[in-house]
Design a protein around this ligand. Structure first.
Ligand SMILES: Cc1ncc(COP(=O)(O)O)c(C=O)c1O
Length: 390
């Protein structure tokens, strides 16, 4: 097999998505898969077949979701800086809701809808003021975050919605961030959303949906997180307790639907020992999987054909940055052959770059124990050609 390559377990991710779907019971709902986590069409289609819709944050992701056969009624668009062209695309595609993140965006949405001669369906994304115990770069619901509308400005935001005949306010959303290892912050944000919903309903207006966002953590090795259905069942109990379970319950999971079902396979290029230090150089680098360099993320690295054994080696990539480092792993006395970097299905390939003149990795999709599809690497010569033409 050519390396580096991402390998995905389609059966695993389909089963995970089906279990999540089942946790809603008969409640009206939408699992809006956060496409940003992994945009591969094969994966979006597999998840859609298991019942998910999509949460998209760009025109490109919207095209992928629609192209994968997801119905517009099952697509929401989030994002703090949607361009006019992206708003036009969302309005023109009749998606379920544009989740507006500022009063200024709301005004632009109204103008674009007016120009299109259409009525835009929108949700207000609330800044719930919830800080999570996660890396600062993935916390999005606290008061200083760029995301969402401050609670103090929601009254004004609804007034602006109501002032525009081209706008139809249909929902309220929040997203506190990623890698939640406990349900409490999720429920805290859900309570804020429900307060906003109750205030809106008390004003005589109607709503169609609530969206508590995504962010369910996964176990990258040693730090377990609740299974995704735990978030749904507890939030659903909250909705029922408030008598708001007739609303469509939307969630936006990304990582938890795909992360555990992908590995990045790399080949050991060589080892290096010097002054008591041990390094294992592999042919995947931070350009292929940037999470360790970007967030200090830890992924398990295992030899594909041998059990873990002492001593530990620092597994590093070839990129000319000291942050191109996948941490220390027990690879035995003489590491060689292939390694798997585990739990790389989310925020892996989608964040890859061609830095250092390195071609993007191939992607291999497996189902029923067989490879069903391969998305080949564009290869180095494609990169060379493009740079020479630049
Ligand atoms: C608005 C929004 N929804 C959902 C997600 C998905 O989060 P996760 O992959 O942690 O479930 C993100 C991720 O950043 C997001 O920004």
């Amino acid at each position: 097999m050519g390396t580096p390559a991402y390998v995905y377990d389609l059966d695993g991710l389909s089963a995970g998505a089906r279990a999540l779907e089942a946790s809603f019971g008969a409640a009206p709902h939408l699992t809006a898969y956060a496409v940003k986590a992994n945009t591969a069409g094969t994966i979006v289609r597999a998840l859609a077949a298991a019942g998910t819709g999509a949460d998209v944050v760009s025109g490109g992701e919207l095209e992928v979701a629609l192209g994968a056969g997801i119905a517009p009624r099952d697509i929401v668009m989030s994002g703090v800086g949607k361009t006019d062209a992206e708003l036009d695309q969302a309005i023109g595609s009749d998606i379920y809701a544009v989740q507006v993140e500022s009063v200024e965006e709301l005004e632009r949405l109204a103008a674009r809808a007016r120009a299109a001669g259409k009525r835009a369906r929108l949700g207000l994304r609330v800044k719930p003021g919830v800080m999570i115990d996660s890396h600062a770069h993935v916390a999005t619901g606290h008061d200083a975050a760029k995301f969402g509308i401050a609670r103090s400005e929601l009254g004004m935001a609804w007034e602006r919605v109501d002032a525009h005949p081209e706008l139809l306010g249909v929902g309220v959303s929040a997203h506190v961030g990623s890698m939640l290892r406990d349900v409490d912050p999720y429920l805290a944000a859900a309570r804020v959303v429900l307060d906003v919903v109750k205030t809106r309903l008390a004003s005589g207006r109607s709503l169609e949906y609530v969206d508590f966002g995504g962010g369910y953590g996964i176990d990258y090795g040693g730090a377990p997180a609740p299974a995704p259905p735990a978030f749904v069942t507890q939030a659903l109990a909250l909705l029922r307790a408030e008598g708001l379970d007739a609303l469509r319950f939307v969630i936006e999971p990304g990582r938890s639907l795909v992360g555990p079902y992908g590995v990045l396979v790399a080949r050991i290029v060589q080892t290096k020992q010097s002054e008591g230090r041990r390094w294992t150089m592999i042919d995947a680098g931070m350009n292929d999987l940037v999470r360790p360099a970007l967030y200090g993320a830890k992924h398990r690295v295992e030899l594909l054909h041998a059990a873990p054994a002492e001593p530990e080696w620092r597994v590093v990539g070839p990129v000319c940055e000291s942050s191109d480092d996948f941490g220390a792993h027990p690879l035995g006395p003489a590491p060689s052959g292939l390694v798997a970097i585990r739990d790389a299905g989310a925020y892996g390939f989608v964040l890859a770059s061609e830095y250092n003149g390195r071609a993007l990795a191939a992607e291999v999709f497996v189902s029923g124990g067989a490879v069903t599809h391969v998305s080949a690497s564009p290869g180095r010569s494609a990169w060379v050609k493009r740079r020479l033409e630049a």
